[in-house]
Design a protein around this ligand. Structure first.
Ligand SMILES: [Mg+2]
Length: 444
């Protein structure tokens, strides 16, 4: 279904499409989708007033003393669930006491989109959401024959999961997302599906819906899908590489493209890149928001010869060993984000850092045309003037906490709320006794 409601009420659309129920859905700070299931008879009222929630019961920075929070659906985001066509899904904006909740991720992204528009810019992005298909209990990959040491693009393993992959791709075709390729990725049991890039808010809504859809269709087939950054220590983790280009406000001219620029990228593009590289350490907790995320970034190279994730703040041309790749003229591939990143906050933070780079005319430094996985040790990195990414979530959160740019762009409330949630998560993890500690410390 298109993102236009063409002047019809949602209940009229429900009659036309045979929709019996609607999910009014929002993403909390942890990226969990929360919903109410509303029968079609009540949907027009909900479109006006929103569906009520107790915000503190989700991963938002609220207490039981806060008043009701309302999720007001954005009708332009309406999607008919391809695997359950009697249900519609709408992304919602959070409101409390008649004002938008500042730290609600979709609101934060909408604010950034508005800010960019005020400067004459429109960000377009595409995301590559990798995922693993696991057995129903989540214990192992679902295909016991998928054991190749270099399984990337393995045709046999891909086709053993044809029923799931094609059902998801058919759904994207039906939704008009423009899917164009699906493959078995570098880890056993891992897949990636690509669809067309679009305006940043459209991509964030689709990213959110894609995760819901992949998990739902996998469940239908008796499997479990995970976007966990590093579900298995010895094989490649789940990234969410993000391709980005900045356009003029009308969306017709790619301002990153300059055929005369280095690798076909404009001066403006390099400043945007400079902003992202300059703030990479502070962005990491948003792009890599879980304890587990840092096992992907700092993972050992797998049998394929790469971790497929960066561990340094550097950029390059068409080379997959850096944080940023310039795969083609007029766009960047940001390779830091992982499967746990909040689809809205990731885009909002990327846009914030890029706009800051443009404003401050930040120089991204020199492009490195080397294999970064072969650079060993801090001395060599120092010679190249390249910084390391944070080694764990706590280091990353500390860098986010110190970043004035993020507070200025995303807002004090959003950054504070995110840090509070994530610091609690770190504390919880730090108190958790692991088998590794027992194995290495019992005989101390
Ligand atoms: Mg990939």
């Amino acid at each position: 279904m298109a993102r236009q409601t063409a002047g019809k009420t949602v209940s009229q659309i429900a009659r036309d499409k045979g929709l019996k129920y609607f999910l009014i859905s929002f993403s909390d700070l942890a990226g969990v989708s929360r919903s109410k299931l509303v029968p079609a008879r009540a949907i027009d009222d909900m479109v006006g007033d929103g569906a009520g929630f107790a915000g503190f019961a989700t991963h938002l920075d609220m207490t039981p003393a806060h008043p009701d929070m309302f999720a007001v659906p954005d009708t332009a985001s309406l999607v008919q669930l391809p695997w359950k066509p009697e249900v519609g899904w709408m992304a919602a904006n959070l409101v409390m006491d008649g004002a938008e909740v500042d730290h609600a991720p979709r609101n934060a992204l909408r604010r950034m989109v508005g800010l960019a528009a005020g400067r004459g810019y429109r960000l377009k992005t595409g995301v590559e959401c990798e995922y693993h298909l696991l057995s129903e209990d989540g214990a192992d990959i679902s295909d016991p024959r998928d054991t190749m040491a270099k399984p990337c693009y393995d045709q046999q393993a891909l086709m053993r999961r044809y029923d799931v992959v094609s059902e998801i791709c058919d759904a994207m075709l039906e939704l008009g997302w423009g899917p164009y390729q699906n493959d078995h990725e570098d880890a056993n049991g891992q897949f990636e599906m690509n669809w067309d890039y679009d305006d940043v808010l459209v991509t964030a809504d689709r990213h959110t819906f894609f995760k819901f859809m992949v998990k739902s269709i996998a469940e239908k087939h008796g499997l479990r899908a995970t976007f966990m950054p590093k579900p298995f220590g010895h094989i490649t983790g789940n990234g969410c590489h993000t391709h980005a280009s900045l356009w003029n406000e009308a969306g017709r001219k790619n301002l990153f493209h300059d055929p005369g620029g280095e690798l076909g990228v404009s001066k403006l593009g390099y400043r945007f890149l400079g902003g992202v590289l300059n703030h990479a350490g502070a962005l990491a907790s948003i792009f890599n928001p879980t304890v587990n995320s840092y096992k992907r970034i700092n993972g050992r190279v797998t049998a394929s010869g790469a971790t497929w994730a960066p561990n340094t703040v550097s950029y390059t041309g068409n080379n997959r060993t850096h944080m940023v790749r310039i795969p083609d003229e007029g766009r960047f591939e940001f390779r830091l984000m992982d499967g746990a990143t909040n689809p809205y906050l990731a885009q909002a933070a990327l846009l914030a850092a890029g706009l800051d780079g443009i404003e401050k005319e930040t120089d991204p430094g020199k492009r490195l045309d080397i294999n970064m996985y072969e650079v060993a040790g801090d001395a060599e990195l120092g010679k190249l003037k390249v910084k390391r990414l944070p080694l764990n979530l706590l280091d990353a959160l500390r860098l986010t906490g110190k970043c004035r740019m993020l507070r200025e762009y995303l807002g004090e409330e959003t950054v504070t709320a995110f840090l509070r949630l994530k610091e609690r998560e770190w504390d919880d993890y730090a108190r958790h006794l692991t088998q590794w500690e027992r194995d290495t410390t019992l005989d101390c």
